[in-house]
Design a protein around this ligand. Structure first.
Ligand code: ADP
Ligand code: GN1
Ligand code: MG
Length: 347
């Protein structure tokens, strides 16, 4: 199937080597090597992104802004097909082709604090670049994506409609989630009351959405589908969620889920290096809350999906999304245990 796309881009199918690539959960990604160049081809997951053209429009606006204000910045945008379009429809599916950024690789778990620092600095640089861009011009590619208030209500609703077996297996997680409703109250206070500013936010700052070179220096950020108006807690929170623990979200042995304070320090320093003079007072004072917010929301999303029979994330083994949720609730516990220590790092 992906080979049929190549002629639309003027790429010969002869000698093209096509392989599934990466560890993303949402889109379908292939690496395509030809004699002269390497590419990344992606099929947009339309069950998630109902309006792929909204993503395409956002990327064009952002690319134009970068070209005008910071032309040296590596903004990884889709390449035009022969038709001139950067989003191609084939058999009802939407595809994009990106240049493969040569000499780079993605990592799934941060193995050194410096990798966390590098990634945090890259995402903060991205926010900084667009700090003078009116975020409201962007389409919300996933409306309410990080609306914790709504996610919590969706979770409560899922508890009412779930089958009895899944409900009973998930009982401990459900109870823990309900005990943490106060995390939603803080969200409502700072976000719904507009106490923190709306910015251009990446919304998926997992470590595998950064490309590193062979010296482990971060080169650029990728996976720009969820770039839309939002709040900095989304970006900083997902860094906490994915860089602090030596075990990732797929780890089933929750004793492996730990919080490494030196990685927290690295995230803080990397982020502040680029965004420090732009952040407002309330943003600075919400830095630690960002971790609670995002880890809790991801735990709820996995748990809700479990209660709804894995319709969003899918499952590769029985109770996969419940295990993912338990992993994230454990991470939340560990995170909260460390907050007093974090306050010395991020005062
Ligand atoms: P998903 O939305 O499914 O996470 P991504 O856009 O993050 O999809 O792509 C999945 C993986 O493919 C990335 O984690 C990275 O390893 C690799 N990748 C994506 N784009 C590029 C690129 N332009 N150059 C090199 N590798 C890339
Ligand atoms: C998805 O696409 P990917 O794998 O980078 C998800 C994120 C979750 C993440 C959990 C559009 O990210 O929000 O945090 O999985 N993206 C979408 O691993 O739902
Ligand atoms: Mg990704």
């Amino acid at each position: 199937m992906p080979e049929q796309l190549l002629p639309l881009y003027g790429i010969s199918q002869e000698n093209a080597v096509i392989q599934p690539y990466g560890a993303g959960l949402i889109n379908h990604t292939w690496r395509i090597s030809t004699d002269s160049r390497t590419y990344i081809l992606q099929r947009v997951n339309q069950a998630v992104f109902k309006h792929p053209e909204a993503i395409d429009k956002n990327l064009r606006m952002l690319k134009a802004h970068v070209a005008e204000t910071y032309p040296g910045y590596l903004f990884v945008a889709p390449l035009p097909a022969l038709s001139g379009e950067t989003l191609v429809v084939h058999d009802g599916d939407h595809y994009r082709l990106f240049p493969f950024i040569d000499g780079t690789h993605a990592i799934n778990v941060a193995g050194k604090p410096d990798e966390a620092f590098e990634a945090a600095r890259q995402f903060a640089r991205f926010s900084r670049l667009f700090s003078d861009f009116d975020a409201k011009r962007l389409n919300a590619t996933l409306p309410d994506f990080h609306n914790l208030n709504l996610r919590y209500r969706q979770f409560l609703k899922a508890c009412k409609t779930a089958g009895p077996e899944r409900m009973s297996k998930a009982l401990n997680s459900i109870e823990f989630a309900r005990k943490n409703e106060h995390i939603v109250d803080v969200f409502n206070d700072i976000v719904a009351n507009s106490r923190i500013p709306l910015r251009v936010v990446h919304h998926d700052t997992k470590i595998n959405n950064v490309l590193f070179d062979k010296y482990n220096k971060a080169i650029c950020v990728i996976d720009l589908d969820t770039v839309m108006p939002g709040y900095f807690i989304s970006d900083v929170g997902d860094m906490m969620r994915t860089y602090l623990s030596p075990a990732g979200e797929e780890e089933q042995d929750t004793t492996q889920v730990q919080v490494r304070p030196d990685y927290f320090k690295a995230i803080y320093e990397g982020y502040i290096e680029e965004m420090g003079d732009i952040m407002t007072h309330i943003e600075r004072s919400s830095f630690i809350y960002a971790g609670r917010f995002l880890i809790f929301m991801q735990a709820l999303r996995f748990l809700t999906d479990y209660l709804q029979n894995d319709v969003y994330y899918g499952a590769r083994y029985e109770d996969h999304n419940l295990r993912r949720a338990e992993n994230q609730f454990t991470l939340l516990k560990r995170y909260v245990e460390h907050e007093a220590e974090f306050r010395h790092i991020a005062p």
